[in-house]
Design a protein around this ligand. Structure first.
Ligand code: HEC
Length: 143
């Protein structure tokens, strides 16, 4: 009895950890350049979730929002500094924007405890995101 309970425990643990390990592996394989990592941040629902409001024709995800402008050509229109500023704190450009500030820590209201005094994205995620956005030059599909 003791033995099978133990076996059951290990089987359950194996089942629980297998999908997570698989996911981590594919993510790591996909995201090995700044541009790839930036694309992952852009799509990720836990981090950028930019597709909630923006469309990018080079990305194949089916659910893309239309609250914000199409970004398929943004790399041809804005340089790195401009892009960085728009993402870090869009209220500098438009105080009434609905776009969240991704790299600002002051003046955040009603945020979860975990996010208080902490930007949504960290410095390297911001860097990778800008690298990805700079590749968006026109509506041709990547890949
Ligand atoms: C809740 C909706 C929303 C989310 C989420 C969002 N944005 Fe925006 N974004 C907007 C809106 C609306 C605008 C239009 C400008 C404004 O409101 O000031 C905009 C503008 C922009 C612009 C400037 C576009 C231009 O044509 O000048 C960039 C670049 C941008 N967003 C990038 C991002 C990135 C990158 C993310 C994810 C990290 C993101 N946005 C997440 C709503 C959003």
């Amino acid at each position: 009895m003791r033995c099978s309970a133990k076996a059951l425990f290990f089987m359950t643990m194996a089942l629980l950890t297998a999908p997570a390990a698989g996911l981590a592996q594919t993510d790591a394989k996909k995201a090995d350049t700044p541009v790839d990592r930036g694309k992952a941040v852009f799509i990720d629902r836990e981090r950028g979730h930019c597709l909630l409001c923006h469309q990018v024709s080079q990305i194949k995800e089916s659910f893309q929002g239309n609250i914000g402008p199409d970004l398929s050509n943004i790399g041809a229109r804005l340089g790195p500094d401009e892009l960085y500023k728009r993402i870090a704190d869009p209220t500098e450009q438009n105080p009434n924007t609905v776009m969240p500030a991704y790299f600002r820590t002051h003046g955040l209201v009603q945020v979860a405890q975990a996010y208080q005094d902490r930007p949504v994205l960290n410095a390297s995620e911001m860097h990778d995101l800008v690298a990805f956005l700079l590749t968006l030059q026109g509506s041709d599909r990547q890949e």
